[in-house]
Design a protein around this ligand. Structure first.
Ligand SMILES: [Zn+2]
Ligand SMILES: [Zn+2]
Length: 133
């Protein structure tokens, strides 16, 4: 089944475009579907200042405000990936669970090339700028 690329960031909890060696990966995670109102509007709650509260331990439906613990929502979500394998050049699609694993020492979403079965990691982006307190 072909993956459908998101039309806008609004649909996603996560979106990234990476070059990995000779290959690349585009990965995204669609918002979860709310079990209460059945719309794809589940994301991290919005703080009073209008910013997304990434560190919240719950997800919230932006429509009906229904909340669910992180683990519950994240177990239902998956990372969808379109890639070109840096090892064998195969272009394909993959999905993996929405949980970072340590890959070559860096927290990453890890998936396997469908052709050569080598593992490919989408590493977490390290922030270079220090946060002001
Ligand atoms: Zn809802
Ligand atoms: Zn490969």
């Amino acid at each position: 089944m072909a993956l459908k690329k998101p039309n806008s960031m609004e649909e996603c909890l996560y979106f990234t475009n990476r070059s990995i060696g000779e290959g690349f990966a585009t990965a995204w995670v669609y918002r979860g579907t709310c079990p209460k109102c059945n719309t794809p509007t589940v994301g991290k709650p919005i703080k009073k200042n209008g910013k997304v509260d990434k560190k919240a331990d719950v997800y919230e439906c932006s429509k009906c405000k229904y909340q669910e613990p992180n683990e519950e929502t994240e177990s239902k979500l998956k990372v969808e990936i379109q890639y070109k394998c840096p090892h064998c050049g195969n272009e394909g699609e993959a999905t993996t669970e929405y949980a970072r694993k340590t890959f070559e020492g860096v927290p990453s979403y890890v998936f396997e090339c469908g052709k050569c079965n080598k593992k490919i990691g989408i590493t977490k982006k390290m922030k270079k700028s220090k946060k002001k307190k």
